[in-house]
Design a protein around this ligand. Structure first.
Ligand SMILES: C[S@@+](CC[C@H](N)C(=O)[O-])C[C@H]1O[C@@H](n2cnc3c(N)ncnc32)[C@H](O)[C@@H]1O
Length: 328
């Protein structure tokens, strides 16, 4: 669906993507989305590592933070989080002080309400409906300071940000996991898909942990975790957990694995995380994980660990400890 709209953008604005025009593309999801725009000076802004990595491998220039550099045109592929979508629009107006901002989104991602709201704040040049979504564009300067996102303070003194996992409060599944394992972790471990840092913060309350690798793909979440977990035993890695290799085999891994990729359900991701855990644990190492009850992870656990047990969880979530990783 998106591809149809990007082709429309190329037909409509192709002349703007000429040699001298600097274009920034916020949140492109795949290399073809960038490559279909025949822009010689396109820069992709992406903070989710697996996509950043794919874009970079396809030869697309990528940034993961905003600098003072100015552009002539911005394209925004809006994410599901409305606050984050607005923040991207704000960033675009700063990066393009005098030029064109093009906003693209699926109806499923709430593009209609974004456009409705934007119309109250600035004059839109046009809005076009296409392929279950909409494309709107407007010219800058535009004063959209109110769209700038601010950090959120939540229970427990933690700081989060719109658009990251469980930004409004501690995830109940993660809370349950830490209630169950309490202070039973020791040695060298990792938090796979650590988010804004809740599991690590709780885990490091015990002095029995010598070092903890924190693995997270979402840079915004990882930057929050750096603020939430101030402990010299933690080492932060912005990377794809599926490709991560621990420098030495670990005593434990904790995780509340993802089962969505770019907003779409993908339960196989949780199974892949189980495989990564098995690969990176010592023979005596332990995986502690929590998951929604309906997610069928037991088969993957049995394929990668010789034994596992379920601990008393809740109606919605199960807590599992898996032991004796099977090395392939
Ligand atoms: C269900 S959340 C759990 C977050 C955190 N552990 C907590 O308990 O609040 C899963 C996390 O995995 C991250 N994630 C998704 N895919 C990833 C990948 N391929 N590599 C590393 N992290 C990933 C997501 O960004 C998200 O923060």
């Amino acid at each position: 669906m998106f591809q149809e709209r990007i082709e429309f953008i190329q037909r409509k604005f192709g002349r703007l993507f000429s040699q001298d025009n600097e274009v920034i593309f916020f949140n492109p999801e795949t290399p073809p989305h960038c490559l279909s725009l025949s822009s010689e000076k396109l820069v992709a802004y992406q903070t989710f590592f697996p996509v950043f990595d794919q874009l970079r491998a396809a030869g697309i220039k990528c940034v993961h933070s905003m600098s003072q550099q100015k552009y002539n045109t911005a394209i925004i592929s809006i994410p599901k989080s409305k606050k984050l979508a607005r923040h991207f629009i704000y960033l675009a107006t700063k990066a393009v002080p005098e030029g064109l901002i093009i906003i693209d989104g699926d109806k499923n991602n709430g593009i209609e309400s974004i456009i409705r709201d934007l119309k109250k704040e600035t004059k839109l040049t046009n809005v076009v409906s296409k392929a279950h979504g909409k494309i709107a564009w407007f010219e800058t300067p535009a004063n959209l300071g109110k769209y700038k996102d601010v950090p959120l303070q939540i229970e427990g003194g933690f700081e989060t940000q719109a658009g990251i996992f469980s930004s409004d409060g501690i995830d109940p599944a993660s809370k349950l996991l830490m209630q169950v394992i309490s202070k039973s972790l020791k040695g060298l471990g990792a938090d796979l898909g650590g988010g804004w840092g809740y599991l690590s913060a709780k885990a490091l309350e015990t002095t029995c942990i010598s070092e903890l690798y924190f693995i997270e793909a979402d840079l915004i979440a990882l930057n929050k975790a750096k603020r939430n977990v101030c402990d010299e035993r933690i080492k932060f890695y912005w990377c794809d957990a599926l490709k991560w290799e621990a420098p030495v085999l670990l005593d434990f891994i904790i995780m509340n694995p993802p089962f969505h990729f770019l907003g779409q359900p993908m339960p196989s991701l949780g199974e892949d995380f189980i495989k990564v855990a098995s690969r990176n644990l010592k023979k005596s190492g332990m995986l502690w994980m929590v998951a929604n009850r309906h997610l069928p992870y037991e088969e993957a656990i049995q394929a990668h660990f010789s034994s596992f047990s379920e601990f008393p969880g809740s109606k919605r979530f199960k807590v599992i400890r898996a032991e004796n990783p099977i090395k392939s």
